[in-house]
Design a protein. Structure first.
Length: 482
């Protein structure tokens, strides 16, 4: 078996590469083909635990769309930004301290043999490999060190689609400019252009597609309409203000959008849950009217805690809790809710916490990365609906959290509601846990909100249906033809 490789390149970040690659995975899988996704290098703090370690969330969901078991070969390099000029380097699912310490331009060559091996193994085991690029293939300053775009395309002999975001304006210039900056041999790999996020009368595009084809020899294969609620978890950035489902809103959930937010995609189901509105908060004014305040995961907990205080959001969270409002901390958010962050290993930083839970977190050099099945014991107060609910999720954290000995001696109570993983305060309105994926579990959604979000299977099928409807008939089949 030797797979045909279909690659999705973009004119920029946010053009729609992840969305299109996911849809292609489901499209080809529905034809009974054995499909796997691949992205050589992903930069994201949205990660999932899979066989062998952690990979970018986009490849995790692409694997599910392909009806394949997610594993580390699908995203051999994951860069997790910890500051504006520093990223943690994850190679084949595990943190590589040596590569993390290297200058940016030296990392690629060191990692390329591993990337190449993972790619060829997937090609040998599948019938179609759907490859996603990163950013733009025409970043001429990065081309000499490229291990994710054109180098992969050449290695795989990939049939490439170049997608652009037409909603930003200048789409034809973006497509032509990207194509023109490629070497002649690389231009030959581009089999079609795709316009994404189109709104309005498609007739107004004419005669642009034909003119572009006359200039490049590359046809426009698809024009994808704007989809506000496609249901696919976000790859980058936070959701927009359309983050509420139809019908009267009975619960407003405010998620603090601190600078190094991680695993924000786990909140996607709330965006489509009847009666729920999801808000992203960067100031106390943003959080007005919130019923539930969520402190999410963080790739730099101490730095994000400093930012929280600079914005005055620490007082806002404390005042919300003092009024009896529900507060939830997930992973880094749990750590922030405690009394202190202690870092003797130089992992994250030392800081006093918000003091809403009598816990202390110590950062360990080794990272906990695992899938977890657990169940809540007796949960009190506003979160009592979770009592006895079984939950499935995942953990990714350096921190190790436990009750603060001095606080316990003074009579402070941290009720352990999942052994070693979740605690709540004496009043029951503040809950913190290490488990990511709480709102992706239908059992939890039904317990808390009496409803469930659309299943991922439904989402993937809708994506594939969109391709079938808006691509030139037969174009996707022709991409994988001998």
């Amino acid at each position: 078996m030797a797979a045909v490789c279909v690659m999705v390149l973009g004119t920029s970040s946010g053009a729609g590469k992840s969305w299109l690659a996911t849809a292609l995975c489901r499209h080809y899988a529905r034809q009974g083909l054995k499909v796997a996704p691949f992205k050589a290098q992903n930069m994201s703090n949205n990660a999932r635990v899979v066989q062998g370690g952690e990979i970018g969330s986009a490849q995790y969901f692409q694997s599910l769309a392909a009806r394949a078991e997610p594993e580390v070969r699908m995203n051999p390099v994951l860069l997790k930004p910890e500051a504006d000029t520093h990223s943690q380097y994850v190679l084949m699912g595990r943190v590589d301290a040596e590569l993390t310490a290297l200058p940016w331009r030296e990392r690629g060559e060191r990692a390329w043999p591993t990337v190449r091996r993972a790619l060829h193994e997937l090609i040998a085991e599948n019938e179609v490999v759907v490859i996603e690029g990163a950013g733009s293939p025409a970043e001429i300053n990065l081309m000499p060190n490229d291990i994710v775009n054109l180098r992969v395309a050449r290695e795989a002999g990939a049939r490439c689609l170049l997608v652009t975001d037409v909603d930003r304006g200048g789409a034809f210039a973006h497509l032509y400019g990207t194509w023109s900056l490629l070497a002649e041999a690389d231009r030959a790999l581009i089999r079609g252009f795709v316009l994404n996020k189109f709104r309005g009368d498609a007739a107004l595009l004419q005669p642009g597609p034909q003119q572009l084809q006359d200039l490049t020899g590359v046809p426009m294969l698809g024009v994808i309409p704007m989809q506000w609620r496609h249901g696919l978890p976000e790859e980058d950035g936070v959701f927009d203000d359309r983050s509420h489902a139809a019908g009267p809103v009975h619960t407003t959930i405010a998620v603090v959008a601190w600078p190094r937010i991680s695993n924000l995609d786990e909140f996607q189901p709330l965006k489509n849950l009847p009666g729920v509105r999801l808000k992203w908060v960067r100031s106390p004014a943003d959080g007005a009217g919130a019923d539930v305040v969520v402190l999410p995961g963080s790739k730099a907990t101490a730095a994000d805690l400093d930012w929280l205080r600079e914005q005055g959001l620490d007082r806002w969270v404390a005042e919300h809790a003092a009024r009896g409002g529900r507060v939830l901390g997930v992973c880094g958010g749990l750590q922030v809710l405690g009394e202190a962050l202690i870092d003797t290993e130089g992992i994250d930083g030392n800081a006093p916490g918000l003091g809403l839970l009598p816990l202390v977190t110590t950062f360990a050099r080794d990272k906990t990365v695992r899938r977890t099945e657990a169940a809540f014991t007796t949960v009190r107060g506003p979160w009592a609906a979770l009592s006895g609910v079984a939950v499935s999720g995942y953990e990714i954290h350096h921190g190790q959290t436990a009750p603060h000995p001095a606080m316990v001696a003074a009579g402070a109570v941290a009720h352990e509601v999942i052994p070693g993983l979740a605690w709540q305060n004496a009043d029951g309105n503040v809950l913190g846990l290490y488990l990511h994926g709480l709102f992706e579990d239908d059992r939890v959604l039904r317990a808390l909100f009496g409803a469930a979000a659309p299943t991922l299977e439904t989402v993937f099928d809708r994506l594939a249906d969109t391709l079938r409807e808006h691509f030139i008939p037969g174009a996707l089949d022709a991409l994988i033809a001998p």
